[in-house]
Design a protein around this ligand. Structure first.
Ligand SMILES: Cc1cc2nc3c(=O)[nH]c(=O)nc-3n(C[C@H](O)[C@H](O)[C@H](O)COP(=O)(O)O)c2cc1C
Length: 324
C-alpha cells in the first residue's frame, strides 16, 4: 500500500472514493474520511455550463472542508471554453485536484457532447484538455471509460493524448459507455493502458471486497484503485482493504449496530449540509444501503419509501436498531 502522487499532491493511501452524483457530497465524503483508509475523495460532478451561468443550486455543491483534503472536484462539459471556466472556478473554490469527466454515459450529459461522448471525439477531448491545462495550475486529471462501444475502444488514444496535454493522472472505469453497468469491468484493458502511459493510472470497476482490491492491483499494476458502488452504505470498505493488504487477514464487516450509528451520523451531517427536506430525500437511498442484509430489511425499506421527514427516518433507524 504505497502512497502515490498526482502532480504535486501526495495521496497517502492508493484508494480513491469515486465521484457519484447524488452520493459523494460533503456528508458522505467526510464519513469516509473519518472512518479512514481512503486516500482521496471526489466530489459529485459539476456541470461546467451550470458553473458558467452561475446556477444557484450548483453553488450549494461547493461544500468541501479542510478535513476532506486532498479533494478532487469533477467537472463535465463539451466545449473547451466552458470546461476551462468550470475547471478554473473549481480551482478557485479550493479544489486540490480538478478532474474532467470523459466517461459519463447518461444521455443528458453525453447529448451535450460531454462525458463519454468525448470518447468518440478524441480531437475535441484534446482541445478541451489543452485549454483546461492552460487555466488550471493544480493537478488536472481525467476519468473515462474504455471506449464508446465494444468495437470502438478509444481509451489508448485518449490516455496518450491526455498525457501529452499535461494531464497528471487518468482514472479508467473498465466498461464501454454503451455497456452502462452491465457485464464486468475489463481490467486487462486498464492494465494495457498502464503499460502505455507514464502518468499514474487509477483502476475502477467492480471492486466490492478487500480480495477484489488485491486482484485489481495485481492484474492492472495500477497506481491506485477507485471504488464507487461498493462504498455506498459501506464506508468501512476502504479501511478493511487497507487492513487486508497490510496483514492478509480479511477484517470482519462492522456489525449492524455500528452501521446504524454511522447512518445516524450521516443523516445529521446531511441535514446540516442540505437542510432537512433535501436530507430526508437523499438519506432514503443511503439508508437502504446501510440496512442491506439486516433482519427485517425488506420491511424497513418499504417503510423508508414513504418517509418524508428526518424524524420519520429516525423512527426507521430506531426500528432497525430494535430488530438487531
Ligand atoms: C449513483 C452513481 C453516480 C455516479 N456519478 C458519477 C459522476 O458524477 N461522475 C463520474 O465520473 N462517475 C460517476 N459514476 C460512476 C462511478 O464513479 C464509477 O465509475 C462506477 O460506479 C464504476 O465503479 P464501481 O464498480 O466501483 O461502482 C456514478 C456511479 C453511480 C452508481
Amino acid at each position: 500500500m504505497n502512497s502515490f502522487k498526482i502532480g504535486s499532491v501526495v495521496v497517502e493511501t492508493p484508494l480513491v472514493l469515486a465521484p457519484m452524483a447524488g452520493v459523494t457530497n460533503h456528508a458522505f465524503r467526510l464519513i469516509c474520511k473519518q472512518i479512514g483508509g481512503v486516500g482521496l475523495v471526489t466530489s459529485e460532478m459539476f456541470s461546467a455550463y451550470a458553473i458558467k451561468f452561475r446556477d444557484p443550486r450548483t453553488a450549494t455543491m461547493i461544500d468541501w472542508t479542510d478535513e476532506e483534503r486532498p479533494i478532487s472536484v469533477q467537472v463535465f462539459g463539451g466545449d473547451p471554453e466552458t470546461v476551462a471556466i468550470g475547471a478554473r472556478a473549481m480551482q478557485e473554490a479550493g479544489a486540490d485536484i480538478v478532474d474532467v469527466n470523459f466517461g459519463c454515459p447518461v444521455p443528458k450529459v453525453a447529448r451535450s457532447g460531454s462525458g463519454a461522448f468525448l470518447l468518440k471525439d478524441v480531437g475535441k477531448a484534446r482541445e478541451i484538455l489543452i485549454r483546461a491545462r492552460q487555466v488550471v495550475s493544480v493537478p488536472l486529471t481525467i476519468k473515462t471509460r474504455i471506449g464508446w462501444a465494444e468495437d470502438d475502444v478509444t481509451v489508448f488514444d485518449l490516455a496518450r493524448t491526455a498525457e501529452i496535454c499535461g494531464v497528471d493522472a487518468i482514472t479508467i472505469h473498465g466498461r464501454t459507455a454503451s455497456q452502462g453497468y452491465s457485464g464486468t469491468a475489463d481490467w486487462d484493458i486498464i492494465a494495457e493502458v498502464k503499460k502505455r502511459v507514464g502518468i499514474p493510472v487509477i483502476a475502477n470497476g467492480d471492486v466490492k471486497t478487500p480480495q477484489d482490491a488485491e486482484q485489481i492491483f495485481e492484474k492492472t499494476g495500477c497506481d491506485a484503485i477507485m471504488i464507487g458502488r461498493a462504498a455506498m452504505g459501506n464506508p468501512w470498505l476502504f479501511s478493511r482493504i487497507t487492513e487486508y493488504l497490510k496483514t492478509g487477514i480479511v477484517p470482519p464487516e462492522p456489525d449492524y449496530s455500528m452501521k446504524l450509528v454511522t447512518a445516524r451520523e450521516h443523516l445529521a451531517l446531511l441535514t446540516t449540509v442540505l437542510g432537512a427536506t433535501r436530507a430526508a430525500r437523499e438519506m432514503r437511498g443511503h439508508l437502504a444501503w446501510y440496512i442491506k442484509g439486516m433482519p427485517g430489511a425488506p420491511v424497513l425499506r418499504n417503510r423508508l419509501m414513504t418517509t418524508k421527514s428526518v424524524q420519520e427516518i429516525e423512527e426507521v433507524l430506531d426500528e432497525a436498531r430494535s430488530k438487531c
